[in-house]
Design a protein around this ligand. Structure first.
Ligand SMILES: Cc1cc2nc3c(=O)[nH]c(=O)nc-3n(C[C@H](O)[C@H](O)[C@H](O)COP(=O)(O)OP(=O)(O)OC[C@H]3O[C@@H](n4cnc5c(N)ncnc54)[C@H](O)[C@@H]3O)c2cc1C
Length: 424
């Protein structure tokens, strides 16, 4: 049995081909990888761009989407101190006010000189930032941006996830970026793939082309671990092996017949929710950047992207659309709108409030898994308990990690292999 028809669940089903049941709580496939249509505007669940590192997965999605798949060079920026600079901040101080650039460079080279003096790995994410980037970059970007993004201070987080997602520039990169010489995009997402009509075309194509029999509108409410029965909104479903992609934290609380420590370990896992806005514009956005990072506290959002800059097919002709990822975890109220409008004007994305056609507040209850100091142990114990009981919990929230769509597809590939082993 497969629980969840997001990318991880769909990829598991695609690999298994037959001999499974796929249960999905919602009335559509795709999970977070989805596109909704509203008055002719197509909105994803904030920016979902496909960064491919695995040749096999890339070939697979190309075969699913064919000519509908666009290949796009990233145009992302950082907006701070009233100017746009290139990504990543740590290697692109050119264009910042000279005093700020100086502070960043000075801190970077001081940190560089101290590099070999540390006995062990960084204590936490804050320590990681100061070791590799220095105090200036910490102050002007890394600490405020990450605090807004994760909803917790870097001190509370481990640095376990940083290797892949936080580019560490060389000294030459930093010097070149200080004088405006960086002509290559750094980081894990310099180019991306994107379906013309929105990211939701990807799971829809997998679902349709492979005729995957997903049982939509079927939520799992409990799991009898010893008897291997899932209790669903449509009655009990027995299984031999279970691949689940629902959030691990929630799964840990649904297991019946598990020792009490399992629920305790699950409740130790932390995740931040995300409130964001889908914004329809009467005209195109004021610049052609795909997205911009906004570290300063005075702005209520930490990142703004322009769907309509990914593909013109996402909006009616001549219109534009944005997603605005809010720093506050509290539900959005209309009274918060003026600060958002002011921010969008300062970023040059709109000229006046009248450019906005409508705003839809949205929420992702499980958005960012927090790599705090309890993460490693609680997660490992839960996965070990599940494995002993014929359950594999995978995907971004099943595994309980910070990962991307391609990882979800890879997790599905591995899960199918695991499920087949169980038959042998
Ligand atoms: C704000 C944000 C931006 C992102 N941007 C990018 C990006 O640009 N590029 C990128 O590659 N990745 C991005 N990601 C990550 C990407 O969304 C995920 O890696 C991927 O979609 C995870 O797929 P999944 O199948 O593991 O999980 P999900 O998409 O969460 O799917 C899980 C499925 O399980 C179902 N389910 C849950 N509970 C139950 C239950 N009790 N019973 C039955 N079904 C249930 C859900 O309805 C859902 O369909 C982003 C994520 C976020 C939060």
């Amino acid at each position: 049995m497969i629980l969840g028809a997001g990318l991880a669940g769909l990829a598991t089903a695609a690999r298994l081909r037959s001999g499974y049941r796929l249960l999905e709580a919602s009335d559509r496939v795709g999970g977070l990888c989805a596109t909704a249509v509203d008055e002719g505007f197509r909105f994803d669940v904030t920016g979902h761009l496909f960064h491919s590192r695995d040749a096999e997965i890339r070939a697979w999605i190309e075969s699913m989407l064919g000519p509908r798949l666009l290949r796009i060079e990233r145009r992302s920026r950082i907006f701070s101190h009233g100017v746009y600079t290139r990504f990543p901040f740590q290697a692109n101080t050119f264009g910042l006010p000279p005093a700020v650039a100086f502070e960043c460079l000075k801190g970077f080279f001081e940190a560089w000189d101290r590099r070999d003096s540390y006995a062990g790995p960084p204590r936490d994410f804050d320590d990681f930032i100061r070791r590799y980037f220095g105090d200036g970059i910490a102050r002007h970007f890394m600490v405020p941006y990450n605090t807004k993004l994760w909803g917790v201070a870097p001190r509370e987080m481990s640095s376990a996830w940083t290797d892949r997602f936080v580019p560490k520039p060389s000294r030459d990169d930093v010097v070149a970026g200080a004088v405006g010489l960086n002509d290559r995009e750094l980081g894990y997402n310099a180019t991306f793939l994107y379906p013309r009509g929105g990211i939701g075309e990807l799971p829809e194509a997998i679902h349709r082309r492979l005729a995957i029999p997903a049982e939509l509108g079927t939520a799992v409410l409990g799991i009898e671990v010893r008897r291997r029965i899932a209790l669903t909104t449509r009655g009990p479903v027995p299984y031999r092996r279970l691949v689940t992609t629902m959030p691990l934290q929630r799964l840990g609380l649904l297991l019946r017949g598990a020792p009490a420590w399992v629920a305790r370990a699950a409740s130790r896992l932390r995740c931040t929710s995300l409130a964001y806005l889908d914004v329809a514009l009467e005209r195109r956005p004021g610049n052609d950047y795909h997205w911009s990072y906004v570290p300063e506290e005075r702005y209520p959002f930490y990142r703004v992207g322009a769907y309509s800059n990914f593909s013109p097919a996402l909006v009616p002709r001549g219109k534009g659309s944005l997603y605005v990822e809010l720093a506050s975890r509290r539900p959005f109220r209309r009274s918060h709108l003026p600060a958002v409008v002011r921010g969008l004007r300062e970023l040059g994305l709109i000229r006046r409030e009248g450019d906005i056609r409508f705003v839809r507040p949205r929420r992702i209850p499980f958005a960012y898994v927090v790599y705090d100091h309890a993460w490693e142990k609680a997660r490992a114990r839960l996965h070990a308990f599940l494995a002993e009981n014929g359950i594999l919990s995978c995907g971004r929230y099943g595994s309980w990690e910070y990962s991307a769509m391609e990882d979800a597809l890879l997790a599905g590939r591995d899960a199918a292999r695991w499920a087949k082993e169980g038959e042998g």
